[in-house]
Design a protein around this ligand. Structure first.
Ligand SMILES: Cc1cc2nc3c(=O)[nH]c(=O)nc-3n(C[C@H](O)[C@H](O)[C@H](O)COP(=O)(O)O)c2cc1C
Ligand code: SF4
Length: 400
């Protein structure tokens, strides 16, 4: 299966407002659009896969004027799909924000980003009058792009995750519903508002129609962002990125807070939420990192875990104590030597941390560690007798 260019139809871009409208045609913001979005079955592409129509309906039916937030932050280091989309067709993303405002009755759109602020500001300046839109630059960091952190930044708060008892779309700061959607999700909405549900469903699976942006990297010949139908076998996405450059040992799916899959099952797994669940993985933010046989999965995971621990907001126990302890034990394990104590500590801390953070950050880290301990079980044994002599620093770029 090859790529299907819908979201990236304008590649290499960047498309001007006029060129984007000419390529995709005008959006049809009509009374029946909510039903169309529901029938299209569009799901969130920021990680959780939440049905978009349900989120929009919650905000529309809640008390207060909703605010739409375009989450264009892409805090996940192994992902560059949103940045690629914004570099090709920023107006498609901004159109999606306007469509979401239309569907919810929002009077304000906020675009949140880490480092695409100038590009977004330029694009916004070239658009006709529409629902007022402002740009919020987020503080650097992995957790500052989590939904409640983004809303906090938009309301002059600390810009860190906030513990919540009900979904933001049902009511958040200022007694307003906040509709936080990933940039790719909203670009998908902008296309559905033009071409309808039937068109959207022409590719993908019955339960998860449409296309998917994936960032494919690691042991592939041409690391890149690809657009494929949901449900595409992971092996085909790898082929779109030039194929394997060496025999593969495992695949990291979802992102840094994703899961390892053994290459034997991972390469055949379907790239959908259901397919990934069946294989023991997660779709997350559409990240696929291939680990070649010559790399050490434990060493790579230890580096990722050290990054995740350093990025915790340290507001809750799991971030304050749990993630650093997991990172330290994994580093010890990766270094080799007597591993029994490190393995025991990892198991204990995974149990203590899981499900106890105010946001999903610690849970993602635990899922990563547990999958590494299973997929790299042979390496754990090898490290017990001195280490495996491999590394893998070049496979996954972990920010300092
Ligand atoms: C630690 C952490 C970081 C996150 N970073 C991002 C991000 O950079 N971009 C994003 O769209 N969603 C991110 N999310 C998910 C958001 O909280 C939220 O679920 C998403 O923006 C909703 O959009 P969607 O329904 O379109 O997927 C992150 C979540 C967590 C726990
Ligand atoms: S779990 Fe960590 S990142 Fe999430 S709210 Fe608590 S301290 Fe912040």
């Amino acid at each position: 299966m090859s790529q299907v260019r819908r979201l990236l139809a304008g590649a290499p871009g960047p498309l001007s407002y006029t060129d984007s409208q000419a390529l995709h045609g005008p959006m049809r913001l009509s009374a029946d659009l909510h039903g169309v979005v529901e029938h299209a079955g569009l799901r969130g592409r920021g990680g959780g896969g939440f049905p978009l129509a349900r989120k929009l309906a919650s905000a529309r039916d809640a008390k207060g004027r909703p605010v739409v937030v375009v989450n264009a932050a892409e805090g996940e280091p192994a992902s560059s799909k949103d940045r690629t989309l914004l570099s090709v067709d920023p107006h498609l993303v901004l159109d999606g924000g306007q469509a979401a405002a239309f569907l919810t009755g929002a009077t304000q759109v906020v675009v949140a980003a880490h480092d695409d602020v100038d590009r977004l500001r330029t694009a916004l300046g070239k658009r006709p009058r529409e629902v007022p839109t402002r740009i919020v630059q987020l503080a650097p960091g992995y957790v500052t792009s989590e939904a409640s952190a983004v809303v906090s930044a938009a309301t002059a708060g600390l810009g860190l995750p906030v513990s919540r008892t009900r979904p933001l779309a049902q009511g958040g700061p200022g007694r307003r519903p906040w509709v936080v959607c990933n940039a790719e999700t909203l670009a998908g909405l902008a296309l559905v508002a033009r071409h309808g549900a039937h068109w959207h469903r022409q590719v993908g699976t019955d339960d998860e129609p449409g296309t998917l942006l994936l960032t494919v990297s690691g042991g592939v010949r041409r690391p890149q962002v690809v657009e494929v139908p949901v449900g595409t076998p992971l092996r085909d996405a790898v082929r779109c990125a030039g194929g394997l450059r060496a025999p593969a040992q495992a695949v990291l799916v979802g992102g840094f807070a994703g899961r390892w899959l053994p290459a034997a099952t991972g390469l055949d797994a379907a790239l959908s939420h259901a397919g990934m669940r069946t294989a023991g993985g997660t779709l997350g933010a559409g990240v696929v990192v291939v680990l070649p046989a010559e790399a050490c999965g434990l060493a790579v995971t230890a580096r990722i875990m050290a990054y995740l621990a350093a990025q915790g907001a340290r507001q809750c126990g799991p971030c304050l104590n749990g993630l650093p302890a997991l990172a330290a034990s994994l580093t010890e394990l990766a270094a080799g030597g007597s591993v029994a104590g490190a393995v025991q500590r990892l198991e204990r801390w995974c149990g203590l941390v899981d499900g106890r953070g105010a946001c999903a950050h610690p849970d993602g880290a635990v899922a990563l560690v547990r999958s590494a301990m299973t997929v790299f079980a042979d390496d754990v044994r090898a490290h017990g007798t001195g280490g495996c002599g491999r590394d893998g620093a070049e496979v996954v770029a972990v920010p300092a």
